[in-house]
Design a protein around this ligand. Structure first.
Ligand code: Z5A
Length: 210
């Protein structure tokens, strides 16, 4: 039996990740596929609660320490991710290690240091990067409520994402989607990019940057 596909959606704040994951989820359900949504940070765990307090500026945490907490928050989901994939369930994941590097490096932490704690995580079969200018993102609902939601920071993060893509390793599939357009146009692009994965994936789950 083919294993499930591991699909990650990345992008700046308000690029439409949550909207598009929900749309792809509904589409896969309508096709009768086994599919699960996950999201990082996962704010439900003990580590996730610390991250949540940090993002809401209710707690101050050293830049290095918060970076390691974001990574630990992914590692605590690895057994669940592997189990779902092995059972044939497609995973749609909202943010992953790529956000971890891009946000921390944009604060000035060394790029390679930022990458190290996530080496060996399950590697996605595809990363869809929803590209939107910080100006367009800012016009969308809710912008400005959390710690990183500032135009200057988002511009630096966008630049760091390019470096993250370029350090992806030979096997990593990274597709850029123009997310500055209408929701249904973005949805169609994402569906087209991912449809080859809907029936599952042959071969082992690779490890990220390993
Ligand atoms: N972070 C980190 O530092 N290190 C890490 O390792 C990780 C994360 C994993 C919280 O992430 C912060 O954590 C994030 C990165 C950092 N900080 N920042 N910045 P989060 O994922 O929990 O929160 P978020 O990035 O702010 O996600 P979001 O608010 O859920 O945004 P989104 O999912 O990309 O967008 P959306 O909710 O689908 O859409 C936002 C609005 O735009 C909404 O009103 C939609 O109806 C609208 N929308 C969506 N698409 C469109 C289009 N195409 N046109 C017009 N309007 C649209």
């Amino acid at each position: 039996m083919a294993r499930g596909a591991f699909i990650v959606i990345e992008g700046l704040d308000r690029s439409g990740k949550t909207t598009q994951i929900a749309a792809l989820y509904e589409h896969l359900i309508s096709l009768g596929k086994k599919v699960e949504q996950i999201k990082f940070p996962d704010r439900t765990t003990a580590i996730g609660k610390m991250i949540d307090a940090y993002l809401k500026s209710q707690a101050d945490i050293d830049d290095h320490a918060i970076h390691l907490l974001f990574s630990a928050n992914r590692w605590e989901s690895v057994s669940k991710i592997l189990k779902l994939l092995e059972e044939g369930t497609t995973i749609l994941c909202d943010r992953y290690a790529f956000s971890g590097i891009a946000f921390s490096a944009s604060k000035g932490l060394p790029f390679d240091w930022c990458k190290t704690p996530d080496v060996g995580l399950p590697e996605p079969d595809m990363v869809l990067f929803l590209d939107v200018s910080p100006e367009v993102a800012q016009e969308r609902g809710g912008y400005g409520e959390e710690r990183y939601e500032k135009e200057e920071m988002q511009k630096r993060v966008r630049e760091e994402f390019v470096r993250v893509r370029d350090c992806g390793g030979r096997s990593l599939r990274w597709e850029v989607v123009n997310a500055g357009r209408a929701k249904d146009q973005v949805e169609l692009d994402i569906r087209n990019a991912t449809q080859a994965l809907f029936n599952g994936v042959e071969g082992p789950i690779r490890r990220l940057w390993a």
